[in-house]
Each structure stands twice: as structure tokens, then as C-alpha cells.
Ligand binder design. Structure first.
Ligand code: ATP
Ligand code: MG
Length: 406
């Protein structure tokens, strides 16, 4: 079939009364952005849905872009006809003939929304189904388990005939559920956490802690690449705040509490995030923690670490299996970058026996014993370097072609 339109279905937010207009407007903007390379396509709004008129633009290529738009649950290539029985019948034949593979069984499902149309849904099932059976011999009706469901929606403005339903990202339009900071390491997990948070409508600014010169410049380049990949989904630049963690890390490592090093570092990171959130209207911190994965991600560690901030800690991966996380990382194309071998600041001073069950009192005492922790944190905050990253962003090193890996 040559579809003439695409019907886009929204997600759960259609039920959210007052916010609905805002969400619909946002999703409209995101669809327009996703289809910017198809200038003839026309976006139309009708009764809580969006339709895209193809006007000769290629459906399959547009479908690839639409799959990644947050807030769209599914979409279908459709034929639009006037509300007229013969026109509907002929579109039905076109849709059936245009299937990639001819089925043996089908059924027709008519939804008559426009009650002024003279035949009701049941009659229409027969009127359209009978016509298809006459025109395409060999085809049978199977109501329970048809290979193809031919859908006919009779709306006031016209009738839509289609059979394919393609799954899209779902969730909420980007930025319609507030803003949070994403703690982004170079690992596999935090980019996936960022993707899932954004898909749920959170706007993100990313924060990365580096221990230059102990960590290499490539480690930072890697994080830039990850943000670039995430920015594919947002339609707006994502800010990346690069924080120098070297002095804090050195102070903690020299503090003599070997098994608590990771706990103390994580708490310092959260303190810094807390300070960065102020004034940026960020109301939460997203991390890639997954329960039990490493010593700092036991429930007991999460408890002690989380107390360093009053902001809600959002952990989209907390109950996910590693395989599930890796599957998403591959889907969003961050995996290959994440597994590049550069050292993260936290892998530098990994103690032999990191505590899986830290005690809050002991941790607070250890912090009190560090000379001028508050000052170190304040200086780290003041040293932040901020980049604004889009899919086209190239750092100086990247544009000089220093490393083709990214
Ligand atoms: P990831 O794969 O995201 O690195 P992980 O399983 O390796 O996670 P950790 O390295 O212990 O776990 O980090 C837990 C979380 O702490 C990360 O998901 C991330 O949100 C945050 N984090 C760790 N290191 C950094 C860093 N250098 N900069 C910013 N955030 C970090
Ligand atoms: Mg890590």
C-alpha cells in the first residue's frame, strides 16, 4: 500500500487532564523536529491524536525517526478516504494488496466514531469484509486469530484504513515532567538510566566527575560521546557539567578509611550535585545504581550514600537485571562507547574490601576527620566546566580526529 498519512498515538499522558494541552504541544514540536528532513510532510492535530500527511515523503524512513520520539506509543501508516462506503472499500483493497506478504486469514474491525455515518460498525464489518473476500479470492475470515487485522476508523473528518501498528518509544514528551541532574560516569549503566529518565519526560543536565590528570582526557571524551548519543532523543542541547574531583578524591584516599573510600566519594558527589541542582531548578538526581551490582549498591550502601542529599534519588535501573540493561544500552547505541577501556575516577583507588554495609555514624565521623571537606566541595563546584551538547557536537580533540573511536 502507499500510505498517504501516518496516525500517531499518544501515551498515558492523554489521561492527565490539565497538562494535556502542554503535553500535546510538546509532542507536536518533537514530531516536527524528528521529521525536519522531510519538508513536505504536514503535521495535523485532530481529537487527541496527531496525523502526518506524507505528501510524497517516504514512509519507511520517517518511521525510523518517529520510533524514537518520547510520548508516542505507536503509529500506523494509513489510507485516508472520505466517509463513503465505496471509497472505504477500495482503500481496504489497497491496504490488503499492499501487505508485504499475502495472508491466508484476516478480519475487519470497524470503529464508527462519526455516528452520522449511515452503517454501524457491525454492518460495516460485513460490508467491507465481504468486499475484500470477493476481490481477493483464497482469503478467509478468522475472527479469533487473524493473521491480519484490517482496521477502519470512521472519524468526522474522514476514514482511516490501516493494518500495521508499529511500536514507538512511549513515555512522556521530553521535559514535560520536570528537570533532574544525571550523574553520568563512562560506564554502561548511567547512560541507560539517563535514557529511561528522559523517556519518562524528565529534562536532564549531566554531571561527570573526572580526576584529571589521573583519569585520561579520553575518559572525558567518552562521556561527551555518550551525551551526544543521548541528545539524539531530546531535540535540544544537553548540558554536561565536568567537575574536577581530583582533590576530593586524593583527600579521601589519604583519609585512612580504606573500606569506606567509595562510600565517601559517592557522598561527596551527591553533595556537589546538590549544589549544582540549586539555581538550575533541578529537583532530583538520576543515577545508574542497580541493586546489589557492586558494594556501593547494596541497600545498606544506598541508604548511607543517599543521606548525603535531600534531593530525591531516582534510580531507573534499581531492579533491573544486567542483561536487560545491556540490551537497552545496545538499542540506544551507547554500549560500544561505554565499554571503551578508559579509567573512571572511581576505579582509580578501588579498595580491596569496599564496605557493603557501612555505618552512617562511622561515615559521618570519617567525613568530619577530613580536612576542609566543605572547602574542597565548594572549590569543585566553582571549577565546573559546562558544555552544551547536541548530536553534532565535536570536542576540539574529536574534530581534530585525535581518536576515531568516538
Ligand atoms: P555505571 O555503569 O553507570 O558506571 P556502575 O555499575 O559502574 O555504573 P558505579 O561505577 O559504582 O556503578 O557508579 C554508580 C553510579 O554513580 C553511576 O551509575 C553514576 O550514576 C554515578 N557515578 C559513578 N561514577 C561517576 C562519575 N565519575 N561521574 C558521575 N557519576 C558517576
Ligand atoms: Mg561505573
Amino acid at each position: 500500500m502507499n500510505p498517504d498519512m501516518i496516525l500517531l498515538r499518544f501515551g498515558e499522558f492523554t489521561v492527565k487532564g490539565r497538562n494535556r494541552d502542554r503535553f500535546e504541544k510538546r509532542v507536536w514540536e518533537q514530531v516536527r523536529r524528528a521529521l525536519a528532513d522531510f519538508p513536505r510532510a504536514g503535521i495535523q492535530k485532530a481529537f487527541g491524536r496527531l496525523y502526518v500527511a506524507l505528501n510524497g515523503e517516504p514512509y519507511e524512513e520517517m518511521a525510523v525517526r518517529l520510533r524514537d520520539v518520547f510520548g508516542i506509543v505507536s503509529f500506523s501508516p494509513v489510507r485516508k478516504t472520505p466517509n463513503d462506503l465505496e471509497a472505504i472499500r477500495s482503500a481496504a483493497i489497497d491496504v490488503m494488496r499492499g501487505l508485504p506478504r499475502q495472508p491466508e486469514t484476516f478480519k475487519v474491525s470497524v470503529r464508527r466514531v462519526d455516528k452520522s455515518f449511515p452503517h454501524d460498525s457491525q454492518e460495516m464489518n460485513h460490508l467491507v469484509g465481504g468486499h475484500v473476500l470477493r476481490e481477493l479470492p483464497g482469503l478467509k475470515v478468522n475472527v479469533r486469530e487473524p493473521e491480519v487485522e484490517l482496521k477502519v476508523e470512521i472519524q468526522p473528518e474522514g476514514t482511516y484504513v490501516f493494518s500495521r501498528v508499529e511500536q514507538a518509544a512511549g513515555g512522556f514528551p521530553y521535559g514535560t515532567n520536570g528537570k533532574a541532574l544525571l550523574l553520568l560516569s563512562g560506564g554502561i549503566d548511567s547512560p541507560v538510566a539517563g535514557y529511561l529518565a528522559m523517556r519518562q519526560g524528565l529534562e536532564l543536565e549531566a554531571v561527570h566527575f573526572h580526576s584529571y590528570p589521573y583519569t585520561s582526557e579520553q575518559a572525558t571524551e567518552k562521556v561527551i560521546s555518550l551525551v551526544r548519543k543521548l541528545s539524539h532523543y531530546t531535540g535540544a542541547p544537553i548540558k554536561l557539567h565536568l567537575v574536577s574531583f581530583t582533590d576530593i578524591q586524593t583527600a579521601i584516599a589519604q583519609g585512612g578509611h580504606d573500606s569506606l573510600i567509595i562510600t565517601l566519594m559517592r557522598r561527596a558527589m551527591l553533595r556537589i550535585a546538590d549544589r549544582l541542582a540549586e539555581g538550575r531548578e533541578a529537583l532530583g538526581v538520576v543515577t545508574g545504581d542497580s541493586l546489589g551490582q557492586v558494594a556501593s549498591q547494596t541497600l545498606s550502601s544506598m541508604n548511607v550514600i543517599g543521606r548525603a542529599t535531600e534531593l530525591p534519588l531516582l534510580r531507573p535501573l534499581v531492579t533491573m537485571d544486567k542483561n536487560e540493561i545491556i540490551r537497552i544500552a545496545r538499542n540506544i547505541d551507547t554500549y560500544d562507547t561505554s565499554i571503551l577501556p578508559y579509567e573512571d575516577c572511581c576505579t582509580l583507588f578501588v579498595p580491596k574490601n569496599p564496605s557493603t554495609n557501612p555505618n552512617l555514624g562511622v561515615v559521618e565521623k570519617a567525613e568530619a576527620g577530613l580536612a576542609d571537606l566543605d572547602g574542597l566541595i565548594g572549590r569543585a563546584v566553582a571549577s565546573v566546566e559546562t558544555l552544551s551538547i547536541t548530536p553534532e557536537f565535536r570536542s576540539a580533540a574529536q574534530s581534530a580526529g585525535v581518536d576515531d573511536w568516538f
